[in-house]
Design a protein around this ligand. Structure first.
Ligand SMILES: *Cc1c(COP(=O)(O)O)cnc(C)c1O
Length: 365
């Protein structure tokens, strides 16, 4: 349990000792950025700690409205709609768009909230092998009555690789399916200008009519949103149950997120620093013979295999003052337990080298 953080650095005190953290999703270091925190505090003083109701009753404030407009503008979309969490956004979007007659195609490694969303919708859930566009094409070729939603993580949360968005977009267009991308780990940090996995893949907004983003990762606050066409957002506003039947985020969270979004939009240098950390980490880890995955993003897992060994390595790193969590089945497939390393803009080169040195020592033992 975290007692406190050392300023805006990725160093937390746990059990009375400082730990250098390499497993958070705070990729740009905004969760403790003083500018975001100040906006949060000031807005809480002016607007209160809670929104008091759902958006459609009295919970929707000017700050929520402005954040939705800012997010839509940042992503080049007509509109955006806030949800209280990414989990709820995925449930609410898929359940609103599909029903018994329909099909939802999903990558096997998609986030649990997308899988649960398909179950809630009662649509037929078709899980395809990771990143296998040929299987997607074949399954979509079967003619059926209903509509098809093709849903994928933009950046896979436990592997760090990007979805094959160029191919998926072509297939979705050819087969008349709606492509939905959950870019929780991409937006803000991936792509030179932070527009996420679409930017990194050179796929335009029109090819992905439904884009999900979360605010608790690179944006450093909490909540989530869907961005898309005016018609999509209007439909969700009227029918999406996890939007309608829940309390709006505190307006102070929206106000803080607007400041965070301004920082994200201007954070090319920070994104460059993260990319440099990724390159340094990969080069050095490969030298040590560690099993990396083909990831270009800040998520850089080291596949260990057995859960027991992954846990032992995580514990050995912990004892050296480093926090790198072990991820085990069923979160990842059997036999692929891993150390999920994440790199962030508030790490320094010295921090990355400290991690490498500790991994070298731990891997030897
Ligand atoms: C974290 C995450 C979510 C859930 O977002 P929360 O706001 O934390 O509920 C959804 N999808 C993906 C891919 C995620 O990584």
């Amino acid at each position: 349990m975290i007692e406190c953080w050392q300023g805006a650095s990725p160093i937390a005190r746990v059990d009375g000792r400082e730990r250098l953290v390499f497993c958070s999703n705070d990729y740009l270091g905004l969760a403790r950025d003083p500018r975001v925190a100040a906006a949060f505090a000031q807005a809480a003083t002016e607007l209160g700690s809670g929104s008091g109701a759902s958006h459609l009753v009295t919970g929707h404030s000017r700050q929520h409205q402005a954040l939705e407009e800012d997010l839509a503008a940042f992503l080049g979309r007509e509109r955006a709609l806030l949800y209280s969490t990414g989990y709820m956004a995925n449930l609410g979007v898929i359940a609103a768009l599909t029903g018994r007659e329909d099909r939802v195609l999903q990558d096997r490694l998609n986030h649990a909230s997308l899988i649960d969303a398909a179950l809630l919708s009662r649509a037929e859930l078709i899980r395809y092998p990771h990143a296998d566009a040929a299987v997607v094409e074949a399954r979509l070729a079967d003619a059926t009555r209903g509509r098809a939603v093709l849903a994928t993580d933009g950046v896979f949360s436990m592997d760090g690789d990007l979805a094959p968005l160029t191919e998926l977009a072509q297939i979705a267009r050819r087969r008349d399916a709606w492509l939905m991308v959950d870019d929780a780990h991409g937006l803000g940090v991936v792509g030179a200008r932070g527009r996420g996995s679409l930017e990194a893949s050179g796929v335009d907004a029109g090819a992905v009519p439904i884009l999900i983003g979360t605010l608790g990762k690179a944006f450093g606050t909490a909540g989530a949103f869907v961005a898309g066409s005016r018609d999509l957002i209007e439909l969700l506003l009227q029918t999406s149950r996890t939007f309608i039947y829940t309390t709006a985020l505190p307006a102070a969270v929206a106000a803080a997120t607007r400041v965070a979004l301004g920082i994200v939009a201007a954070a090319d240098e920070e994104r460059g620093r993260v990319r440099a950390h990724v390159e340094l980490f990969r080069r050095e880890a490969a030298q040590l013979g560690l099993a990396l995955l083909p990831s270009t993003t800040p998520i850089q897992p080291i596949v260990i295999g057995s859960s027991q060994r992954a846990l032992a390595m995580s514990e050995a790193l912990w004892n050296r003052g480093l926090w790198v969590s072990a991820i085990r089945p069923p979160t990842v497939p059997e036999g692929t337990a891993r150390l999920r390393v994440t790199l962030a803009a508030n790490h320094t080169t010295a921090h990355v080298l400290q991690l490498i040195e500790a991994l070298a020592a731990v891997a030897r033992s």
